[in-house]
Design a protein around this ligand. Structure first.
Ligand SMILES: Cc1cc2nc3c(=O)[nH]c(=O)nc-3n(C[C@H](O)[C@H](O)[C@H](O)COP(=O)(O)OP(=O)(O)OC[C@H]3O[C@@H](n4cnc5c(N)ncnc54)[C@H](O)[C@@H]3O)c2cc1C
Length: 467
């Protein structure tokens, strides 16, 4: 997507003009900190922007957008920098980095929280948890609020409170023409519809207003089973989740056990299957709620117990620090047939190095109560969002982890619903983006035409403006 674009050279005098307008810092090639500044979370991504601007406020974002438009410079927008395909950094272009925009304000009376576009989820968790509140987010707390929300956002609270976008009340944006607007059910409703799943196609979101929910301590953690129980465990999981209350959430995984505490030594580096649970029901009912899980076949290891939600949201952060190699593919899944389970066990058994993993995240429950045309996120009937993630610290293992993820995906894709979660895609081409949005695509393209007719924001899973 990025290779076929030519760039104007950034004249120093023009850059100086932007520098004079901005409160935040600008970094160009050759300047100190440039190599650090161009990094994103995925260590496989190695791009060299012509300019990186650290916006301090909305005024800086407006200046940066106007600068890029007037000088015909390609723009990438960076929230938390966690995009797998690296779509927040661009060769030869301008990176609008929001990481200095960190304002968060919780209103405990209305149970809402305003979050600036540069926040990551552990910052939101920290602010809301003090009030016994939470916004639905993902399973890793260093992920950016912006990118996750714009794609839809699923995680431990999805079955209970829906996707992250289902808790979005409004958002402030800087559009391609440099103007500032608010999108909500009352203002610019078409834009509000589009940003709830349509990604970064429509403007730079400078802040989000979320509804927060009364979640504080949850009963949560992983249970692990040996691979000879994997097919049975997956079948049990499928049937158990089909009848479980919306307080019960669990994502299924194949993984290798990390070689360290709290895992017992005899399990270290073993390939196993797991479910990572999160129960939001009454504490006194938790033991009973998990009785079937323990009865199915006592797990080889479990770490289930009460914990603050932010502890669960950050539990896996140390295992996946920034800079690892990532290659992943995803699919939405409606049914988990016995045939598909056999393929899962086959490919799950072949994890090539320590970190690659397959996760199946439930996206049913409350997320199903929103219609497939009510927001841009189309797959409202899907039960899971699956991701096949090749992950490794060593670039020498790039091919091995990518091949494993690709082959696993190829085997299971025929059993999928067709499209994939937009936040679990590499650069996979326009057909794959269309498959993700299905009949919502044409409406998205029309809204794109209205707000960004020249496709100024195109470093993303791109929706081309309708002609
Ligand atoms: C370890 C890990 C765990 C994850 N777990 C989950 C999970 O549990 N649930 C889930 O839903 N997703 C999950 N994801 C996927 C995640 O949602 C995406 O990677 C998402 O793109 C990250 O958002 P970001 O702001 O960090 O990314 P960035 O790389 O900064 O941006 C991603 C995209 O959004 C655009 N963008 C970013 N900020 C803005 C903005 N303010 N305005 C307009 N456009 C913007 C960018 O241009 C880019 O196209 C996970 C990712 C990782 C790496």
């Amino acid at each position: 997507m990025q290779e076929d674009i030519t760039f104007g050279v950034l004249e120093e005098s023009v850059v100086a003009e932007l520098r004079a307008q901005m409160r935040g810092e600008l970094i160009q090639p050759g300047e100190e900190g440039y190599d650090e500044a161009r990094k994103v979370y995925n260590g496989m991504i190695d791009r060299r922007p012509a300019l990186i601007v650290y916006c301090a406020d909305v005024a800086d974002v407006m200046s940066a957008v106007n600068f890029a438009r007037e000088n015909d410079v390609l723009v990438a927008v960076r929230g938390g920098g966690h995009n797998g395909a690296g779509l927040s950094v661009v060769d030869g272009g301008l990176v609008i980095d929001l990481s200095q925009m960190k304002g968060i304000r919780v209103d405990p009376v209305t149970r809402t929280v305003r979050v600036d576009g540069g926040c990551v989820w552990n910052e939101v968790d920290h602010a809301t948890h003090a009030f016994g509140l939470a916004v639905p987010c993902g399973f890793n707390s260093t992920t950016g609020v912006s990118g996750l929300t714009l794609g839809g956002g699923h995680g431990y609270l999805t079955r209970k409170y829906g996707l992250t976008i289902d808790s979005l009340i409004s958002a402030d944006l800087v559009l391609a023409d440099g103007s500032f607007v608010t999108a909500s059910e009352e203002e610019n409703e078409d834009l509000f519809w589009a940003i709830r799943g349509g990604g970064g196609n429509f403007g730079v979101i400078t802040s989000f207003l979320f509804r927060a929910h009364p979640v504080s301590t949850v009963y949560a953690g992983p249970t692990l089973w040996h691979m000879d129980q994997a097919a049975d465990a997956m079948r049990f999981y499928r049937d158990f989740m089909a009848n479980a209350s919306e307080d019960m959430y669990g994502f299924f995984a194949f993984l290798k056990v990390p070689p360290g505490p709290p895992f017992p030594e005899e399990l270290h580096t073993k390939t196993m299957c797991a479910v990572v649970w999160c129960y939001t029901g009454p504490a006194e009912e938790a033991e009973e709620a998990f009785r079937p899980v323990r009865e199915f076949g006592p797990p080889a290891f479990e770490l289930l117990g009460p914990m603050p939600l932010p502890a669960l949201n950050s539990m896996f952060d140390p295992l996946i620090p920034p800079g690892l190699q990532w290659y992943w593919k995803g699919d939405f899944v409606n049914e988990l047939s016995d045939e598909a389970i056999a393929l899962h066990v086959e490919h799950g058994s072949k994890i090539p190095t320590l970190l690659p993993t397959m996760h199946m995240y439930p996206i049913d429950g409350a997320a199903h109560r929103v219609g497939k045309n009510d927001t841009a996120f189309s797959y409202r009937e899907a039960k899971w969002s699956a991701v096949y993630a090749g992950i490794d610290p060593d670039p020498a293992n790039k091919e091995a982890i990518s091949a494993w993820a690709r082959e696993y995906w190829e085997a299971l894709h025929p059993y999928s619903a067709g499209g994939a979660y937009v936040n679990f895609m590499m650069e996979e081409g326009p057909e794959r983006v269309r498959a993700t949005y299905r009949e919502n695509y044409d409406r998205l393209a029309a809204i794109k035409h209205r707000y960004d007719p020249n496709n100024f924001f195109r470093v993303n899973q791109n929706i081309e403006p309708a002609v």
